[in-house]
Design a protein around this ligand. Structure first.
Ligand code: SAM
Ligand code: DTB
Ligand code: SF4
Length: 351
């Protein structure tokens, strides 16, 4: 493949084919990294990483059977369930995250779908976090179009709802809801004019074709998710996926690079699993086009690198935190489509 290949030139497309995606995965690693970093720089400020902090606002006792998840009521993981938090306590945690340097606060709840009375409390949390000047994100399970609008009205910026894996492998991981139900929620979220955060988990025993199909499904959504979290499975004792064969780190890095090429404008988040990754591996993920992380010592129920460690890593790599769009110190975004030497039309890229 050369730079005249349309798959490598950073155009915004929604008609990717499986052979195209598989051909990207099959590139020599260093070629793939080079193309991904070039496309990354056409659309994003280099050396800049968006920082989100997670908080589990309602923990455990979830009726779903997601085979990776410590919060499912079906598995003995030793997790202590916790009811929905108080609004003031959530606000205090958001203040701490802001003081540490996060710009987005993501509230996660172990629900199949939220109840009306809980959604009213969560709407109050969103208002409080918004009032701190942070971006807000929530992940609460399946939503109806009305619920998505209620969250939008409260000031929610992003909704996280992952496809997790390929349509074909999904049934091996979750039996209590369908892939189509995930897609329906994503449609409701879009219809409410919320930004979409949607990605998946690698290392669950899926095949290389499943990884390609997950990214293909994300890239061929009517609009690319603004945020694409790529999680490496965090293996939790007691879940059915504990003891899965670990994924070759280079396959994970390849998936980040392919996500970058398929969805050039999206933020690709190097998400769960960083505590099990070397810092050299994380550096290669940033080279591959990852430009967002979860920041803070905890994800939802499991660990994440501590703030000091991430600060040192950023310093050693010359990375800096991305400022909020509109903030006084936010740099102008690079002009889309510039710098690509290929012959492919960039009409859509500039849209
Ligand atoms: N219950 C809601 C749902 O499933 O949409 C929201 C919370 S759920 C914990 C959010 C996402 O976290 C899941 O979709 C999954 O992608 C990710 N996740 C959960 N457990 C994980 C694990 N052990 N390793 C990696 N990612 C995980
Ligand atoms: C996402 O893609 N990853 C985050 C967030 N969205 C909600 C969750 C990761 C959870 C890892 C396991 C845990 O800490 O419970
Ligand atoms: Fe429940 Fe979400 Fe965990 Fe699935 S991933 S068991 S829906 S909290």
């Amino acid at each position: 493949m050369t730079a005249s290949n349309p798959a490598l030139c950073g155009a915004i497309r929604h008609d990717w084919t499986l052979p195209e995606v598989q051909a990207l995965f099959a590139l020599p690693l260093l070629d793939l990294l080079l193309h991904a970093q070039r496309v990354h720089r056409e659309h994003h400020e280099p050396n800049t990483v968006q920082m989100s902090t997670l908080l589990s606002i309602k923990t455990g006792a979830c009726p779903e059977d997601c085979a990776y998840c410590p919060q499912s009521v079906r598995y003995e993981t030793g997790l202590e369930p916790e009811a929905l938090m108080e609004v003031a306590a959530v606000r205090a945690r958001a203040e701490q995250a802001r003081a540490a340097g996060a710009t987005r606060f993501c509230m996660g709840a172990a629900y199949r779908s939220p109840k009306a009375k809980d959604l009213r409390v969560i709407a109050a949390m969103i208002r409080e976090v918004r009032a701190l000047g942070m971006e807000t994100c929530a992940t609460l399970g399946m939503l109806t179009p009305e619920q998505a609008r209620e969250l939008k009205d409260a000031g929610l910026d992003y909704y996280n709802h992952n496809l997790d894996t390929s349509p074909e492998f999904y049934g091996e991981i979750i039996t209590t809801r369908t892939y189509q139900e995930r897609l329906d929620t994503l449609e409701a979220v879009r219809a409410a004019d919320l930004k979409v955060c949607c990605g998946g988990i690698l290392g669950m025993g899926e095949s290389p074709a499943d990884r390609a199909k997950l990214l293909l499904t994300l890239a061929n959504l009517p609009e690319h998710p603004e945020s694409v979290p790529i999680n490496q499975l965090v293996q939790v004792e007691g879940t059915p996926l504990a003891g899965s064969a670990p994924l070759d780190p280079f396959e994970f890095i390849r998936a980040i690079a392919v996500a970058r090429l398929l969805m050039p404008r999206s933020h690709v988040r190097l998400s769960a699993g960083r505590t099990a990754m070397s810092e050299e591996m994380q550096a290669l993920c940033f080279m591959a086009g990852a430009n967002s992380i979860f920041y803070g010592e905890k994800l939802l129920t499991t660990g994440n690198p501590d703030v000091e460690r991430d600060r040192r890593l950023f310093e050693r790599l010359g990375l800096r935190a991305e400022a909020l769009a509109g903030a006084a110190d936010a740099p102008a975004r690079p002009a889309a489509g510039g710098g690509c030497a290929c012959a492919h039309s960039h009409a859509e890229t500039a849209a």
